[in-house]
Design a protein around this ligand. Structure first.
Ligand code: AMP
Length: 213
């Protein structure tokens, strides 16, 4: 099973992506977490991307696509499945990530789209800011990230819909309810989950190394 998560910040991509990954026994690739980890470890990539994350700006595509390629190769070694959270965020990323995945024989089976309105997203993100102290969870930066999402999202959603891959759910409900709807829809997909014998543990912690040079 190969899944791409789409949705605005705060819609629950992390929570739902983790549940999907656990359900199908596949690795979850969370681009934002990978970038934050590089920043925390002061790697070359971390130093390059720190300012972008702090301002809520998108990191340049060539860096993102380098990470996408590494992540897909690691996921292939782990059995071929994945839940991708964070890419694509722009149409050029969507097209380029598709080309990379197609070269590797690993294009997505489904794009899970979480829908939520800005008022609810602001409420959730400000709540998370109070708990987690993420530097990009300030009121101003959150608004900017939501604007960037709204600007880019429609063509990306339409692109997956045209290819018959879109699973779109109302994410303004309790996480358990949202998860049940997603898993029921994914279980109906024709592609089988990778057999347990194909799955191996995978270490994604080194991803991004070499992408900043
Ligand atoms: P997230 O945790 O997914 O909200 O991502 C946090 C930040 O990481 C974003 O505000 C961007 O600065 C950066 N980022 C994450 N994914 C991408 C992407 N696909 N393209 C560009 N920048 C990204």
């Amino acid at each position: 099973m190969r899944i791409v998560m789409i949705g605005p910040p705060g819609a629950g991509k992390g929570t739902q992506g983790a549940l999907i990954a656990e359900h199908f026994g596949i690795p979850r690739i969370v681009v934002g977490d990978l970038l934050r980890d590089h920043i925390a470890r002061r790697t070359d990539l971390g130093r390059v991307v720190e300012g972008y994350l702090g301002r809520g700006e998108l990191v340049p595509d060539e860096l993102m696509l380098c990470i996408v390629r590494q992540a897909l190769i690691a996921a292939r070694a782990a059995g071929g499945g994945y839940v991708f959270d964070g890419v694509p965020r722009t149409m050029p990323q969507a097209r380029a990530a598709y080309t990379i995945a197609a070269e590797l024989g690993m294009t997505a089976n489904a794009a899970v789209h979480l829908r939520a309105d800005d008022k609810e997203l602001m409420r959730r993100l400000l709540g998370r800011a109070a708990l987690e102290h993420r530097p990009d969870d300030t009121d101003k930066v959150i608004r900017h990230r939501l604007e960037l999402y709204q600007k880019a999202a429609q063509p990306i959603i339409a692109w997956y819909a045209q290819r018959g891959l879109l699973v779109s759910v109302d994410a303004m409900r309790q996480a358990g309810e949202v998860a049940r709807e997603i898993l029921a829809a994914l279980e109906l997909l024709p592609a089988p989950a990778s057999p347990a014998s194909m799955r191996h543990p995978v270490d994604l912690s080194g991803l991004g190394a070499g992408c900043a040079s």
